[in-house]
Write a protein that binds this ligand. Structure first.
Ligand code: SAM
Length: 471
């Protein structure tokens, strides 16, 4: 039985409820009065539930879809302004005991080079990332209790935070590792992580079990209940995601929103972020083997509807996607992008983009400088801000910042100050010139005069060599 507050996976992600939702959506997809009323509710910017959002997803009326896109764009502007947060993944180890059929790290893949970074190598990777200008990382590892135990992950986090190369610093480490215990989540929290990210891959239990035929990840309930354990361990920023292409996108979309509703109902705070990866080619993985792949058009619609349904949840797009797809979904709702990513273990210290230990092919292969310039040329402010979690604004405290409308007096100046650091320390002359003009113009968009003055003063101090200011 469906119960949003249950702590049992099959009750809060309930197959029958999803099937009923999809049937309801099909039955009402041409019911324009209902669709208009759902859009009207969405305009209140308080989100939609999985049933309402599923009706919009099923609707294929061009005019209504256009209205969904316009609303998504407007909500994106209202909540996130024109800031785009930038991060990079850091692969620590590709040792893995699981057998995920879509992932080249599966344990039966004997020809992929297995590699785990030593602390010296972590240091070199971090220096390479800092030298590009990165301040925020997402660490990634396969699941292997012998090769990558939690102690190894904790040691790496410690190393990452300890390195200060030139003006560089990694100020926020998000963690994408396999589902684990409450105790281990507590230790991650104590190590100072930002968001704990875990992709559900698929919410469909039967498919999940087929796609994860062996290893600890086979356990659907343990995986699906991971975010509840993470929150019990004190981590209040969690990141959800589905690997689109594995199952029917409509099923996944309903499941994703039910998961968000569950976290809100039980813990009083929804997911901090939602990621939208699609299956990509990688070593021995052929994406065409998965027959649920989605077109760019459906992908854009999904992104727009996530934006409308959970307005306070950040959305992440990785370099799995091409520049043009990224452009479209940034407009429709994405708030964080990765840049200059290397998805191989040790990839940042290799001069050439290595392929031997890559987790998936990267579509967007531009440098960070190119990504920063591209964002600015489209009118966005690339932000390297990490202030919220360092100021203790996580979980519901972050959400109340969003809801109070104070973001423009907080995130906006923080974005400008961190962009200024980037321009001073890492940008090419062309990028710096565009950035300086952008900062000058955007300074005027800080509503509170006092904040504007402090920000302007801090920008001058950054020019003089000082670093790390924040609101
Ligand atoms: N090992 C951890 C786990 O199982 O959750 C997390 C790290 S894994 C390196 C990060 C994510 O990459 C997975 O959750 C999966 O969604 C995604 N991934 C795996 N294979 C992929 C592929 N071929 N294309 C795109 N994304 C893939």
């Amino acid at each position: 039985m469906y119960d949003v507050k249950s702590l049992k996976a099959e009750e809060f992600i309930n197959d029958e409820e999803i099937m009923n939702t999809l049937a309801y959506a099909d039955a009402h997809k041409n019911d324009m009065a209902l669709i208009d009323s759902i859009l009207e509710k969405a305009r209140l910017r308080k989100g939609l539930d999985h049933r309402e959002a599923s009706v919009l997803l099923a609707c294929d009326d061009k005019e209504k879809i256009q209205q969904m896109y316009e609303l998504a764009e407007q909500i994106k502007k209202d909540f996130y302004g024109n800031r785009i947060v930038i991060f990079a993944p850091l692969y620590l180890s590709n040792y893995c005991v699981n057998s995920c059929v879509y992932c080249p790290y599966h344990c039966k893949n004997h020809h992929i080079a297995r590699k785990k970074l030593t602390q010296e190598e972590v240091k070199n990777e971090v220096i390479a990332l800092q030298d590009m200008g990165h301040k925020r990382l997402a660490i990634e590892a396969g699941e292997d209790p012998v090769n990558n135990p939690i102690e190894y992950i904790l040691e790496c986090i410690n190393t990452i935070y300890s390195i200060k190369h030139k003006n560089g610093a990694i100020r926020r480490v998000n963690v994408n590792i396999a589902a684990t215990t409450v105790e281990n989540y507590r230790r991650l929290k104590e190590a100072g992580i930002g968001t704990y990210i875990l992709f559900q891959e698929t919410y469909h239990k039967k498919s999940y079990e087929v796609l994860h035929p062996a290893g600890p990840k086979h356990d659907y309930a343990y995986h699906t209940e991971a975010m509840d354990r993470a929150m019990e361990g004190g981590i209040d920023d969690v990141g959800l995601g589905v690997l689109f292409g594995l199952e029917l996108y409509r099923y996944e979309f309903a499941g994703l929103l039910m998961h968000a509703e569950h976290l809100e109902a039980v813990h009083g705070v929804g997911p901090h972020t939602i990621s939208v990866p699609r299956v990509k080619h990688a070593d021995d993985i052929d994406p065409s083997a998965f027959d649920n792949s989605i077109s760019d058009e459906i992908f854009a619609k999904l992104c727009a509807l996530i934006r409308i349904s959970v307005p306070y949840t950040g959305m992440i797009i990785s370099t799995r996607e091409s520049q043009s797809v990224r452009e479209q979904v940034i407009r429709l709702g994405v708030s964080q992008v990765s840049g200059a990513s290397r998805t191989s273990v040790g990839g940042y210290t290799d001069k050439e983009r290595p392929h031997d230990t890559e987790q998936f092919d990267v579509s967007d292969q531009r440098t960070l400088d190119e990504v920063v310039r591209w964002l600015m040329e489209m009118g966005y402010i690339p932000s390297f801000c990490t202030a919220c979690y360092r100021e203790g604004r996580t979980g519901d405290r972050f959400m109340s910042l969003c809801k109070s409308g104070q973001i423009q007096n907080c995130c906006h100046p923080n974005a400008l100050m961190t962009l200024k650091e980037y321009l001073m320390d890492y940008a090419s002359p062309e990028t710096r010139e565009i950035g300086e003009k952008l900062i000058e113009k955007e300074l005027e968009n800080i509503p509170k005069e006092k904040v504007r003055l402090v920000c302007s003063d801090n920008l001058n101090k950054i020019s003089d060599g000082l670093r790390d200011f924040r609101f």
